[in-house]
Design a protein around this ligand. Structure first.
Ligand SMILES: Nc1ncnc2c1ncn2[C@@H]1O[C@H](COP(=O)(O)OP(=O)(O)OP(=O)(O)O)[C@@H](O)[C@H]1O
Ligand SMILES: [Mg+2]
Length: 245
């Protein structure tokens, strides 16, 4: 049986840059003819120097930007051709965990409201079960229920990252894209968040597209690794072969 969940084929993206209204167009070839597959329950690492195109790949998979060429298939539907309604379902099935910054979580919403939002928007459980579901998700990511009434600014960076993860798993996503999920956190907290992601992967049968520049984290977390350089994948394979360190 083919257990591939995401198929990326021949993806390319050029950004057009103009320095001024009348200046000549310049092209940045951010992603060049990239192909890779992610299987069910696989943690797939994407590594490479700053500016090599990792986030651009993530944004194309999420259909936040359009590629110039290539296709992305998720569970046998071609993401790059989806209509509005199917795109809404995709937003449920593929979630993203960004690097925690003050802008990711709305500072005016309580923790409870932040978890309720995706549950409500995507009709994940009946309305009268939402409160129990919020408690279940918070417990799953290791946040005490007494924190529910607090605001993001009243929690630590690690706790906020757990809230971001709770929102990502709340929609029963199959694939979670993690773009530098721990790089803004203290080293001691990084390990806890990585272990949480690994636990959730086992418990919920998740796949990850895991973007990071930290080879130690990638080595610990990922089954497969692709190395990017200047928009291209220059190496791809099992983590223990690619990262022999
Ligand atoms: N919206 C945009 N408009 C123009 N150029 C862009 C845009 N987004 C990214 N780029 C350029 O495309 C290239 C790839 O950027 P991208 O953000 O994908 O890199 P990255 O590998 O995620 O880097 P980092 O590790 O720093 O996050 C870079 O040269 C960047 O400057
Ligand atoms: Mg990036």
């Amino acid at each position: 049986m083919d257990n591939t969940i995401l198929k990326v084929k021949g993806l390319s993206k050029q950004y057009i840059i103009r320095n001024g209204l009348f200046s000549k167009k310049r092209y940045i070839h951010a992603v060049k003819n990239i192909s890779f597959n992610i299987k069910e329950k696989e943690a797939f690492g994407l590594i490479g120097n700053s500016g090599c195109g990792k986030t651009t790949v993530a944004n194309i998979v999420l259909r936040l930007i359009e590629p110039n060429s290539g296709t992305v298939e998720f569970m046998n539907q071609t993401i790059t051709e989806l209509n509005e309604k199917d795109l809404r379902n995709l937003r449920k099935d593929i979630q993203i965990v960004f690097q925690h910054t003050k802008t990711v979580l709305d500072p005016k919403m309580t923790i409870m409201e932040l978890i309720r939002e995706p549950l409500h928007i995507h009709h994940i459980v009946p309305e009268d079960e939402i409160e129990d579901e919020i408690d279940r998700l918070l417990t799953m990511v290791g946040i005490s229920l007494t924190e529910k009434v607090k605001y993001p600014t009243q929690l630590s960076g690690g706790q906020n990252q757990r809230i971001i993860i709770a929102r990502a798993i709340s929609t029963r996503a199959k694939l979670i894209i993690c773009d530098e999920p721990v790089s803004a956190l203290d080293v001691s907290v990084q390990g806890q968040i990585i272990n949480l992601l690994l636990q959730l992967k086992e418990k919920l049968n998740l796949s990850y597209l895991f973007i990071s520049h930290d080879l130690k984290v990638v080595k610990y977390m990922c089954d497969t690794v692709a190395v990017m350089n200047a928009g291209e994948i220059i190496q791809i394979g099992p983590t223990e072969e690619i990262l022999k360190i």
